[in-house]
Design a protein around this ligand. Structure first.
Ligand code: URA
Length: 204
């Protein structure tokens, strides 16, 4: 089975899984999308109003900022993979609850295993906490951390959520600065020299 087929199968399983929380007559599944061979996997929080309408991740204002900032480093959204920690829109865009995050976790983990990215960029605190529990974004944003995920080395780069960047100019500046480091982080990973510069964690 190739990656695209494996992702289709995963999506179908999620559509069929009636135990998943946040599924209502008003919500639709928002699966990840992008290049299945991407080196960069972006993971946000959960679908908002526009994402729920279109059934696609990051298509509203936060998504537009994500696309603009990607273009500043020469990338299009089709070059990367974009996903979320929960896959149905929480009511009124409230924060996802721990039990909801836990229910989606096996699917998120399988998606990451299929894509097998070199670098995972977490957008906001919920996806950051999956890999770096208890960390604070204001302390670690933009700093690459090497972790083992399901036995494989991957670099986590925690970043502010683009919606937070839209709310405050200072956060927007940081968000854009953090993005500018991504090509170098990817390059380092490609040449396997990251051990020299990247803090190593063995959490997963
Ligand atoms: N915010 C998110 O965290 N994810 C989306 O898909 C859209 C907005």
């Amino acid at each position: 089975m190739d990656k695209q087929e494996a992702l289709e199968k995963l999506k179908n399983e999620m559509e069929e899984d009636k135990t998943l929380p946040l599924r209502t007559s008003e919500t639709r599944l928002v699966f990840g999308e992008g290049n299945p061979d991407a080196d960069l996997y972006f993971i946000g929080e959960g679908p908002g109003y526009n994402e729920n309408l279109q059934g696609r991740p990051f298509v509203g204002q936060a998504g537009k900022l994500l696309e603009r900032t990607l273009s500043e480093i020469g990338l299009k959204r089709e070059d990367v993979y974009i996903s979320n920690i929960v896959r149905f829109r929480p009511p009124e865009n409230r924060d996802p609850e721990p039990s909801e995050i836990a229910a989606f976790q096996p699917y998120v983990d399988r998606e990451i295993e299929i894509i097998s990215p070199k670098v995972i960029v977490t957008l906001g605190r919920f996806s950051m906490n999956k890999f770096l529990p208890g960390e604070m974004i204001s302390r670690v944003h933009g700093k690459p951390v090497g972790v083992k995920f399901k036995g494989k080395d991957v670099i986590i780069v925690p970043m502010y959520h683009p919606a937070a960047a839209l709310r405050a100019g200072r956060v927007l500046e940081q968000f854009r600065e953090d993005f500018k480091r991504l090509p170098q982080i990817l390059e380092q990973k490609a040449t396997e020299k990251e051990e020299d510069n990247i803090e190593q964690l063995d959490l997963l």
